[in-house]
Ligand binder design. Sequence first.
Ligand SMILES: Cc1cc2nc3c(=O)[nH]c(=O)nc-3n(C[C@H](O)[C@H](O)[C@H](O)COP(=O)(O)O)c2cc1C
Length: 300
Amino acid sequence: MKITIIVFSPSGNTFKVGKMMESAFKNKGAEVQIVDSTRREMIFKQNNRAGFLDKNVSAHDVLMIGGPVYSHHMQYNLLELIKALPQPDEKWGSLAVPFTTFGTISSGEALAEAAALLRITGRKSVLGLKVDAYHCFTKKWDTRINKGMPGKEALPYIDELVAETLKLEGRNPDTVKDISDLFNYQSKSAIFKSNALLKEKRMHKYVFPKVRFDYSKCESCKKCKKACPVQCIEMKNELPMQANANACIHCAECFHTCPYDAISLNIKKYKPFLMMGAKGKGFLTSHETKKTEVFFNSSL
Ligand SMILES: Cc1cc2nc3c(=O)[nH]c(=O)nc-3n(C[C@H](O)[C@H](O)[C@H](O)COP(=O)(O)O)c2cc1C
């Protein structure tokens, strides 16, 4: 059985889950490739997602495709990549498995959103996975949310997902059930919050604090440029700047990477909300019953 895993992973958690899947598939003798779409010029500089996919993705039976939750949604760059998938044919299988990682507060509607777009591209979502992970905003804070996750605790879930995927071997894809109804696990109030108040692009444009460079501290090391997952930092006269501030997804990778403290991003103001959310309290939390979970058709 041939498996392709595609990820978008600004701070590495979703990539880590993808790598865990890759080795679990390899251990079971499946042919597997992982394609990381993060920091890729063809996507973020040339805006050629279809070309990127065509060039990098091999023939497969099942496509596992994952990204992080941002503001209760599947991060939009992963959704854009799904939209660019060609219709299934001999190379591109018609069975898909959306997956996501999130910083314990809410996995929002990430899986449902990915599945809805996968359906438009002619694919069935036959399994799904959400993984409770390190909250990437908290890297420099004294209290970190889920530090070190995903780690060993995620392995049984990955193994379960891989075992369920391998059960599809030899099945006629037309007879396999789409299970995306299972992704509608959020309460009505959580869905209202994500759609009315936490619209991701609006959050980026108007709510999240802006990245600021302090050039008196900058040593032109270019680490921020290399770290930016959407390649929106450019060097001008040896100094970094955001060439396209609208493309910034506020992942804080530049801020966390700068060795000279020359980048400011006031994410600390969210600390009380995130800490409450991590305890399952307050406005942000979704009260979903399980954090890490594999979704599958039990009658497979
Ligand atoms: C801008 C932004 C918004 C986020 N929104 C949420 C959220 O709504 N719920 C949540 O639980 N975690 C949220 N997170 C945390 C990420 O989902 C989590 O750290 C994820 O594992 C990051 O994946 P990556 O390392 O693959 O980029 C957010 C992180 C960022 C940077």
